[in-house]
Design a protein around this ligand. Sequence first.
Ligand code: MG
Length: 166
Amino acid sequence: MNPPQFRIGLGHDTHRLGAVGKPLLLGGVLVPHECGLIGHSDADPLLHAITDAILGSLSLGDIGDWFPNTDPRWKDGDSALFLRHAATELVNRGWEIVNLDSIVHAERPKLGPFKRQIEAHIATLLGLPADRVSVKAKSGEAVGPVGRGEAIQAEAVVLVSRRSIG
Ligand code: MG
């Protein structure tokens, strides 16, 4: 059987809102809000979901395996570092990202004005053309932990392909 030329990865993350005085980061972009997200690192659910999707595409475990939230090195850590680390592991194994799609679930703040900026920032972090990255935003329709404004969640899916030789 020929080895596969494409694989996919899926990522999901949840962080609770309520970190007073902590900046709200989504996809590495500072989004003005009255509070940030609670977490060991900078608590960026979108970058965590994308990192997990990249790791998952090659069955490399999850973000907690690579960056345990009990490790003081990652306290208030920049999640862009986690993302770049996963992307480097992918490249080192001979693979590249074809495209990634994602959803951020947040009741507030409204993310519509920030989606394009977040896409561009993630594309830059991954060294991808901007049209390979998609960020969509959904409200929680006033139900569940997202809808009640208690949490922000993110999902991501990534398609990867073997790098062509020569
Ligand atoms: Mg997380």
